[in-house]
Design a protein around this ligand. Structure first.
Ligand code: SAM
Length: 246
């Protein structure tokens, strides 16, 4: 009977994510805030078979269900402090999209750009992701606007899109660095300036610093690059330099 169902489940990852985001800092808080972020869903094992994704290209957007593997070991608490409430107010974990949940499962809608199959490897090329490099994917489903998009839904304390709208300026040094990386014509660097701009426009600083000036020099990593930046006013970020990680 239904009270004797199995209450424990074991899943294997069906794919892994290749992402520009190599660390948690500066990853956007939800998908589709940084459209220039391009990633790959690399199918694994028995799921690495193009039959599983036959006809998927008919869909412009996909749901990715994944494991918050980077924070999983830290466990969870019933109450969390969401950045949207300034980082000081506690609220129920299930009323948030916090990574510290009883089951560390995340869900993101991403744009599907194309599917490729080469050397027996099936890859879904996506954009707008909010996922750490190496994120294990446990399921993929098409996004269905007629059912999934609820235009007049009430989003509680998370009403507006949390875009800080900072303007981003590149220093002479940063411009020279950009030119150097883009000259290598590696595909991943082709939209590097736009990616940096969109990530910084969100103001990746901790919640308690939002809307405040700050003279700290921050470093963030995208791909194999380290980007140093600083706020020069309440509304402007200056990119200082871009160096390759050792
Ligand atoms: N869209 C997803 C959701 O609603 O389930 C994720 C929302 S969560 C607030 C987004 C944050 O999760 C990112 O800013 C990043 O810091 C973090 N994150 C992304 N991938 C992760 C991973 N694999 N492990 C741990 N944290 C991750």
């Amino acid at each position: 009977d239904s009270t004797h169902q199995v209450q424990s489940f074991k899943f294997e990852a069906i794919a892994t994510i290749e992402s520009p985001y190599q660390e948690k800092f500066a990853i956007p808080r939800q998908p589709n805030l940084v459209s220039a972020a391009k990633g790959k869903v690399v199918l694994l094992g028995a799921a690495n078979n193009s039959e599983l994704v036959r006809d998927i290209e008919q869909f412009s957007h996909l749901w990715l269900l994944f494991i918050f593997h980077g924070t999983q070991a830290q466990g969870w608490k019933p109450l969390v402090r969401p950045p949207r409430l300034g980082g000081n107010v506690k609220t129920g974990v299930l009323a948030t999209r916090s990574t510290f949940r009883p089951n560390p499962i995340g869900m993101s809608v991403v744009k599907l750009d194309k599917v490729t199959v080469a050397h027996k490897q099936t890859i879904l090329h996506i954009s707008g992701l909010d996922l750490l490099h190496g994120t294990p994917i446990i399921d993929i489903k098409p996004y269905l606007p007629y059912s999934d998009a609820i235009i007049d839904a009430d989003a509680g304390f998370a009403q507006q899109q949390p875009d800080a709208g900072l303007s981003v300026v590149f220093s002479k040094q940063a411009q020279a660095d950009l030119t150097q990386y883009q000259a290598r014509s590696e595909e991943k660097y082709s939209e590097l300036a736009l990616l940096i701009e969109q990530v910084l426009a969100q103001d990746p600083r901790p919640a308690y610093k939002q809307g405040k000036t700050d003279d700290k020099v921050y470093g963030m990593s995208l791909y194999d690059l380290n980007i140093q930046w600083q706020l020069t006013s309440l509304a402007t970020v200056l990119v200082l330099n871009i160096t390759k990680n050792q």
